[in-house]
Write a protein that binds this ligand. Structure first.
Ligand code: TYD
Ligand code: ZN
Length: 415
């Protein structure tokens, strides 16, 4: 383990409201980066670890990480490819259709996707003859998108880049930021960039995992260094108000364990019924109270104990256990619960890049799906629980022949 001071900063003010009213409520301990899968030759080298602590801002209600790892370390080379997850492909195809029809986006409009990954979302806009542009900081991923015919700027989005894009391409009718809004270190620069690039009648769409789901379903494993913030509607209202923007509508959607899709205009809007409904839900869930988070932290500790003793008891009976889905969130779970190769023989995953590598911290080998089918374990720990429905359906054969899935959260359960 190597503590990497100097490669992360510690926040002193809230990234949404700038207040100093930050209260730390959870520490998952020093943790390696969740997507840093290791090659075999890297296993003996000291691995960088960074603190993984979470705090709550009592002024605006934002939940955020205390320590921010430098973006260049996190995002210049990236393991996650959207196109490897079929359910996300389908989700993005529907998103594109909804945006185009709802906002009557005419062909030829500039559609910018920030954090465009391998271009999976933009390809759907391309089908409708939109003028598309991806912005993607990871060199390897941007290159892949380009090779697939998706024009991509290989850079971080900020005000500077927004000005360059605007000068070269004009204003954007649609700007998308799905699963990236929680990742950007300079949130203000990001939003300023959006206000600069977006047309007056344009629409800005974000998708972020929803704090209410994380708390209610105990999805603590979605906490890792890439996810700097855990959003609810209330802090988003504060943020967009600061920039004179307005929320048109908020949808509570199912992806990534429960997320928000937020449609935002450049100018203020009156409170929509969807926004009011979710604000009420947040009130009921006591999102404004520090005790809610302290209770969550206690539950996280309990589930760790429960999962570990459950897995150990299966192991003591001679069971063979493998992980299913080498997810980033799985690495939070495994590192925090200290589940290593003493418990899991391997983790199966469909992503070619991860296969043959080892998980950060616990060093569990990642093997292709074919291995899972050739040598099925007695139990499969479902680390990709966000795709539970699809995976359980796909693995009907495994279950028919006696294999069981362990769903780890909100409490360990056999299915
Ligand atoms: P993802 O949903 O991106 O989770 P995270 O953001 O926590 O990394 O990752 C899903 C992972 O699971 C990805 O590596 C692909 C893998 N996977 C399978 O191995 N089999 C499947 O059937 C599905 C749907 C995903
Ligand atoms: Zn705040």
């Amino acid at each position: 383990m190597r503590e990497n001071r100097g490669q992360y900063t510690t926040i002193t003010v809230c990234s949404v409201c700038r207040c100093k009213t930050l209260h730390k409520f959870l520490s998952l301990g020093p943790t390696p980066l969740a997507n840093s899968f290791l090659r075999e030759d890297q296993l003996s080298a000291p691995e960088p670890y960074y603190p993984l602590d979470v705090c709550f801002c009592s002024a605006c209600g934002l939940v955020q990480l205390v320590h921010v790892v430098a973006p260049e370390i996190l995002f210049k080379d990236y393991a996650y490819l959207t196109s490897t997850s079929k359910p996300m492909e389908a989700h993005f195809a529907r998103l594109a259709e909804e945006v185009i029809w709802r906002f009557s986006v005419p062909p030829g409009s500039l559609v910018v996707d920030i954090g465009s990954n391998d271009g999976t979302l933009l390809r759907n806009f391309q089908k409708y003859n939109m003028n598309i542009l991806g912005i993607e900081p990871a060199d390897n991923v941007a290159e892949l998108a380009m090779s697939r015919g998706i024009e991509t700027v290989n850079d971080f989005f900020d005000e500077r880049l927004a000005r360059i894009v605007f000068a070269e391409r004009g204003q954007a009718k649609v700007i998308l930021a799905t699963n990236v809004f929680a990742h950007v270190a300079d949130l203000e620069g990001f939003v300023r960039g959006v206000t600069h690039l977006l047309a007056d009648d344009g629409i800005f769409i974000i998708e972020v995992p929803y704090l209410v789901d994380m708390l209610q379903k105990l999805e603590f494993d979605t906490i890792y260094h890439e996810h700097l913030r855990y959003f609810a509607v209330r802090p988003l209202v504060t943020l967009f108000n600061r920039f004179g923007m307005g929320i048109v509508e908020v949808q509570h959607i199912g992806v990534h364990g429960g997320s928000l899709r937020v449609y935002v205009h450049k100018s203020p809007c009156s409170l929509s019924s969807s926004e009011a409904k979710l604000l009420e839900l947040e009130e009921e869930a006591k999102l404004g109270s520090l005790e809610t988070y302290q209770k969550f932290a206690e539950e996280v500790w309990w589930v760790k104990e429960a999962l570990l003793s459950f897995l150990k008891s299966l192991k003591a009976q001679g069971a063979r256990i493998a992980g299913y889905g080498a997810t980033a969130k799985g690495n939070t779970l495994l590192n925090y619960c200290k589940v290593g190769t003493n418990i899991l023989d391997y983790i199966s995953d469909t992503t070619p890049f991860k296969q043959g590598r080892y998980t950060p911290g616990m060093h569990i080998p990642v093997l292709p799906e074919s291995h899972f089918h050739e040598s099925p374990p007695d139990y499969a720990l479902l680390l990709a629980w966000n795709y539970a429905g699809k995976i359980l359906q796909n693995e009907e054969g495994y279950r028919q022949s006696g294999g069981r899935f362990i769903v780890p959260l909100p409490k360990p359960k056999l299915v």
